[in-house]
Design a protein around this ligand. Structure first.
Ligand code: MCN
Ligand code: CUM
Length: 798
């Protein structure tokens, strides 16, 4: 799919003032967002619309003995109370998860986590629905819960999944990758080995907008429309159709403006199904929107990987092998949202940016009495965990060998001429120049000066310690290809459709769905670049399965690598057709017509003054088409990527630690990213700032916790702490450009890089400050009390 002119060149701002690739076009969508004119699910109002409130279990593990609806039904304005029994009639009591498990829509027999959905109250307004929900009487036989993955696998642990035939314990799945024997041999013979245990704690994506849906069954048309907070409307339509038995062309999913997704809006939740089912049963629209605590307590969480990392190395710091063993908490169901053939997501790339020949990884996952999930939150399907593991381990090794952590990275990096590079777990990295990114970051961070300052403070026994942390991460984004990546059997491709209208402007429809990433701007920029049009003459639409081409949705930073490629290829198809019309209009032979990227016009070879733009050609396509050509000027492309893309970066974090309080302050925060050719540098910068803030939240504050009775103790914003502008330092961002060789415009994804790359840099910085006291690891979130205990352990507390 190479353009005849080779496509945009790296680092060349080739927007030519029309808002194409590389220009800092202001986000088109922001006008409506900042003037309060966005249209979110909760803004949708339909005549006769009813409201749904879900009754949730206060217990983490309990058998339901009886549900008494009568008092709720007595409440004025309550229209219906639905339980599993009612849904069974329609075969809707359970739903498949994205990993082929079966989850109760409403609990049929046994509650498996606190806040699980037990009944739904439908009423004329939300307050009445809530009043009704309080009057549903549920008798529970409370059982012992287990909320810890390790305890869940002990012999005497209560069995959670007695609904699965033959299931005798809480074991969910095993996974392995790499070569066990070869790795063991290297470890046996290695001059140096290091080992560390680290928990990547349970997080929640916590988007500003919680999840919600408006189900609207139209008996006249026999059609179900569901407006819902969805990162993947098309696959959700397919699943809705499969579960409900309503033919797919009679189901329409609309994802309107979405107030942040971060992975939280990839799975299907019981609330969506209940709203749709209730509207089907009652033949009236039904809205369900969850509250904050419902969102944190019941929808897809992130991480919860307890990882052991090991490195084998030479005395001078050459890494010989990587080994890891993970205990994963999957919650009550296996509801991880990731390509179905990858039970541990893309954790496979745990050898990171380093040229290591030998590696082996194993994972055991357990069921616990906690909400199901395990993917979301800017993670590229477990790459976050993989990057944390390897970047932490490299620091551990550097400290063991008393080597500079920048130096040890440089020594082990995969070199630019080694790409395409196959990792020891069989993954093919497309391109990279890791040393260049690290060097730029070191320079921006005044690395050497800070190292001296750090030493000075140690010698002077200063009140505040200085720590310098590095992370040189490699990401993998842009799933498919379809042959290896699928969601519920549907291959992971993506799509774009372009229609150039008679008056010379265009509508572009894509199979992905923005939640704040600025797609209405950046997809228009790709098309503007490829067709020489002005970005303002292009409208991007998405999120409506009735009109958009099928696509797999936005997550895993796949929109640019996959749908972005589709937009470029579709543009080139339009250009191909436009060429014939240009020849006709310019009264020249088609063979003499060339495309000039600079002017964005077709030219007649040898006659530079004879040129024509797509805008002018559009009229010709409808009003003066050449003989033998079909009318119209449009194209569609379904793009199955040949490979994923591997963005990377180097982050350097410098912290000050107060020896009296354990408080950590950011002195400097440098982020150098490489996402190949850049579409909109300003949007990239915004993505990086947001992602770094979330990385800080991860490292310093966020943790979904439980008590022994299975109560969620970190289930609201009083207890689940998100960083605000007060906790976020100034970021210094930089970039290098290493284009993806297989992507039509050389672009890689970037949306998740900052959240993937920053937590290990932050932890490495805090560890670095205390390394002279013998500290090799600090668990996240690194709240002041956690840090102070480590200071105390190292004899550094004051
Ligand atoms: N971009 C660019 N040039 C590149 C790469 C990307 O200009 N070389 C632009 C894109 O055109 C797009 C944005 O950067 O406008 C992010 O692109 P990409 O990396 O392809 O990621 P996606 O669009 O697929 O977004 C998904 C990613 C994920 S998985 C999470 S989680 C996340 C994130 O984006 N959720 C977000 N960023 C978010 N930002 C906001 N505001 N809200 C969310 O919910
Ligand atoms: Cu992994 S969070 Mo994003 O993929 O939607």
């Amino acid at each position: 799919a190479e353009a005849e002119d080779g496509g945009p060149q790296p680092e060349k701002h080739c927007g030519h003032g029309r808002g194409g690739m590389g220009e800092e076009v202001k986000r088109k969508e922001d006008q409506r967002f900042i003037t309060g004119r966005g249209n979110y699910v909760d803004d949708i109002k339909k005549p006769g619309m009813l409201h749904c409130e879900i009754v949730r279990s206060p217990h983490a593990h309990a058998r339901i003995e009886n549900i008494d609806k009568s008092r709720a039904l007595d409440v004025d304005g309550v229209v219906a109370v639905l339980t599993a029994e009612d849904l069974l009639e329609y075969d809707l009591a359970t739903m498949p998860t994205l990993m082929d498990d079966t989850q109760d829509v409403l609990v049929n027999d046994k509650v498996k986590f606190q806040s699980q959905e037990v009944a739904a109250v439908i009423a004329t307004d939300r307050y009445t629905a809530k009043d009704g929900a309080e009057k549903v009487v549920v008798d529970y036989d409370v059982l012992d819960p287990v909320v810890d993955a390790e305890k869940a696998l002990e012999d005497d642990a209560p069995l959670i999944r007695d609904d699965i035939e033959g299931q005798e314990d809480n074991h969910c799945l095993d996974w392995e990758t790499g070569d066990e024997e070869a790795t063991a041999r290297v470890f046996d013979d290695a001059p140096v080995t290091v080992k560390e245990q680290m928990l990547y704690q349970r997080l929640h994506p916590a988007p500003i907008e919680t999840c919600g849906a408006v189900g609207d069954f139209d008996p006249g048309k026999d059609k179900l429309t569901v407006h819902m907070t969805s990162q993947a409307p098309h696959i959700h339509r397919t699943l809705f159709s499969q579960v409900s038995g309503i033919p797919e062309h009679k189901v329409r999913i609309v994802s309107p403006d979405v107030g942040g997704g971060f992975g939280n809006k990839v799975p299907i939740y019981p609330g969506y199904v209940v709203a749709a089912a209730a509207s089907y049963v009652l033949e009236q629209p039904v809205k369900w929107v969850e509250e904050r605590s419902e969102n944190i307590q019941s929808t897809g969480f992130a991480r919860d990987y307890d990882m052991q990392g090991e490195l084998a190395a030479t005395e001078d710091g050459e890494i010989l092998a990587v080994r890891t063993d993970v205990l994963a908490d999957h919650g009550a169901y296996n509801a991880v949202a990731q390509p179905s053939k990858f039970p541990a997501g893309f954790f496979n790339i745990f050898t990171g940016s380093y040229d290591v020949d030998t590696a082996y990884g194993t994972l055991t996952a357990a069921y616990t009495n906690t909400a199901p999930g395990g993917v979301a939150y800017r993670c590229s399907f477990r790459v976050t965990e993989a990057v944390y593991l390897i970047e932490r381990m490299v620091k551990v090794l550097a400290d063991e060998l008393e080597m500079d952590p920048a130096e040890i990275r440089r020594k082990n990096f995969i070199q630019p001429d080694q790409f395409p590079y196959e990792s020891p777990t069989g993954w093919n990295y497309d391109s990279g120049d890791y040393e260049k990114a690290l060097d730029l970051a070191l320079e921006m961070a005044d690395y050497d000066d800070y190292r001296e300052e750090q030493q000075r403070r140690i010698e002077e026994d200063a009140d505040k310690l200085l720590g310098i942390g590095i992370s040189s991460f490699t990401e993998v984004v842009g799933a498919g290809p379809g042959k290896t990546c699928d969601i519920a059997g549907v291959e992971m491709f993506d799509s774009a459709e372009i229609r150039v209208h008679p008056t010379g402007n265009a509508t572009v429809r894509v199979g992905v769905q923005t939640q704040g990433q600025g797609h209405e701007t950046t997809f228009a920029q790709i098309v503007a670049e490829e067709l020489g049009m002005d970005v303002d003459d292009i409208t991007v639409e998405h999120g409506d399965t009735d009109t958009d081409p099928y696509g797999l949705g936005t997550y895993g930073s796949r929109s640019t690598p996959v749908a972005g490629a589709a937009a470029a290829v579709a543009s080139r198809k339009v250009r191909e057709k436009a060429k014939a019309i240009a020849a006709n209009e310019l009264e020249a032979a088609e063979a003499d017509i060339t495309w000039d990227r600079e002017s964005g016009e077709f030219h007649v070879a040898g006659a530079p003054d004879r040129s024509i733009s797509i805008t002018e050609i559009a009229a010709g396509a409808y009003m003066n088409k050449p003989a033998g050509e079909d009318p119209g000027l449009e194209a569609v492309n379904y793009y199955d990527p040949p490979e994923m893309t591997y963005p990377f970066g180097s982050y350097i974090v410098i912290v000050e630690i107060d020896r009296e309080t354990g408080e950590v302050e950011f002195e400097k925060f440098v982020a150098v990213d490489d996402c190949g050719n850049r579409i909109n540098p300003m949007i990239i910068e915004g993505q990086i700032h947001g992602g770094l803030a979330q990385g800080i939240g991860t490292a310093m504050m966020e943790h979904v916790t439980f008590d022994d009775n299975g109560n969620v103790t970190g289930g609201d914003f009083m207890n689940y702490l998100l960083p605000t502008s007060m906790e976020i330092p100034e970021f210094e961002t930089g970039h290098t450009v290493t284009p993806s060789p297989h992507h039509p415009i050389g672009a890689k994804g970037v949306g998740e890089s900052p959240t993937v790359g920053s937590p290990p840099a932050i932890v490495n910085a805090v560890v670095d400050a205390m390394a002279h006291g013998g500290i090799s690891h600090v668990e996240m979130p690194m709240t002041p009390d956690v840090v102070w205990e480590k200071l105390d352990e190292a004899g550094l507390a004051m």
